[in-house]
Design a protein around this ligand. Structure first.
Ligand SMILES: [Fe+2]
Ligand SMILES: [Fe+2]
Length: 356
């Protein structure tokens, strides 16, 4: 088992047999001066002095909190729901880092991606591992502090996994055996190129507690570097794949994007039930808060920087892949009235800051 874990690659086959490229511009040269883990303090949550819980999460980013059936139950219900959304966001971050990003970055750093990557690109992956462990740790730590201060714990005490995990399992089962494993690298590329945009708005939201904004800002600053790294990783991955592999993988990329960005409906239903809504009321709130056409448009908008990188990497040269993107609505990005936050968690999206 241990030897197998050591030898396991993200992509099967001999890396040296794959075509490789040398281009890579590191954004980690001054990592020791810039990384949050080196330079930022532990953030302490302190309750504000005002009455009630206050806002812990922007309600516009969690539309169920704005639904009339929820609003009718009063401000306390809305605020409790938004506190739960903050817990979901923090738990999502911790699980994303520990289950999805760190294992992939570790493999890259130990030359077991299965791709022939430049040496310093592999070395930089180790810095990403350290960054992500810090993000996982401070998100978990902050959630514990908020629970202790508010006396209102996360309702997900059973530790139900975030929706992206079963979605990825389902997707892995659909991949042909000769490329199985690549979904982990693809998901890292998707989440790492989109999360920076997702994190961009919250630090500027003056309605939220200062420490919540600082925790998100600390994360966003590191993710700007990761974004550039994984954009480059996409180019290396796609040029390293054989045409047969590209044809097998390409049509499934939209599902990887949706696995990350689509709202976690089951988690929202749990929160609505805890807020006292009946099952039919909860179904109605979810259906009306995330109508499928509007949600598809929001996912397309949130994914638009990545869609541009996929185009640059030549992913759409395969007709079936192009078709899959078209039918999933991902080529229709236009300005959306609302933003989406990945848990599948759309947060405010201003990705241009990171896509220059
Ligand atoms: Fe992170
Ligand atoms: Fe990251």
């Amino acid at each position: 088992m241990y030897l197998e874990a050591f030898q396991q690659q993200l992509l099967p086959g001999h890396a040296a047999d794959r075509s490789h490229r040398l281009d890579y511009a590191s954004r980690f040269e001054r990592w020791d001066d810039r990384a949050g883990v080196r330079r930022k303090p532990r953030r302490s949550y302190e309750a504000g002095g005002g009455p009630g819980l206050g806002l812990f999460f922007p309600p516009e980013l969690y539309p169920v909190a704005l639904h009339p059936l929820v609003a009718a139950r009063g401000e306390t219900t809305v605020h409790r729901l938004l506190l739960q959304r903050l817990y979901d966001y923090l738990a999502f971050t911790t699980e994303l880092e520990s289950v999805a990003v760190i294992p992939v970055a570790i493999k890259i750093s130990r030359s077991r991606s299965g791709l022939p990557l430049p040496e310093h690109m592999q070395a930089d992956a180790f810095k990403i591992v350290t960054d992500e462990a810090w993000h996982a740790q401070f998100s978990d730590d902050f959630a514990r502090q908020v629970a202790a201060e508010t006396g209102c714990a996360s309702q997900n005490l059973a530790g139900t996994p975030p929706a992206f995990l079963p979605r990825l399992d389902e997707l892995r089962d659909r991949l042909p055996a000769h490329v199985r494993g690549v979904e982990s690298l693809l998901f890292a590329i998707v989440s790492e190129t989109l999360i920076s945009g997702i994190l961009a708005g919250i630090p500027r939201d003056g309605r939220l507690p200062q420490s919540v904004r600082e925790v998100v800002r600390d994360h966003a600053e590191d993710e700007g570097r990761h974004h550039v790294y994984f954009r480059s990783m996409l180019r290396h991955l796609w040029s390293g794949l054989t045409p047969r592999e590209r044809r097998a993988i390409g049509p499934l990329v939209p599902s990887v994007i949706y696995a990350f960005l689509e709202p976690d409906y089951a988690r929202a239903a749990d929160h609505l039930a805890a807020a006292g809504l009946s099952a039919p009321e909860s179904d109605q709130v979810i259906a009306e808060s995330w109508p499928s056409a509007a949600t598809q448009a929001e996912v397309a908008e949130a994914a638009s920087p990545l869609v541009r990188y996929l185009q640059e990497a030549g992913v759409f040269e395969d007709a079936r892949t192009h078709e899959a993107f078209e039918s999933s609505g991902l080529l229709d990005a236009g300005p959306s009235s609302r933003s989406i936050v990945a848990d599948g968690a759309p947060l405010l999206c201003t990705p241009k800051e990171f896509t220059r």
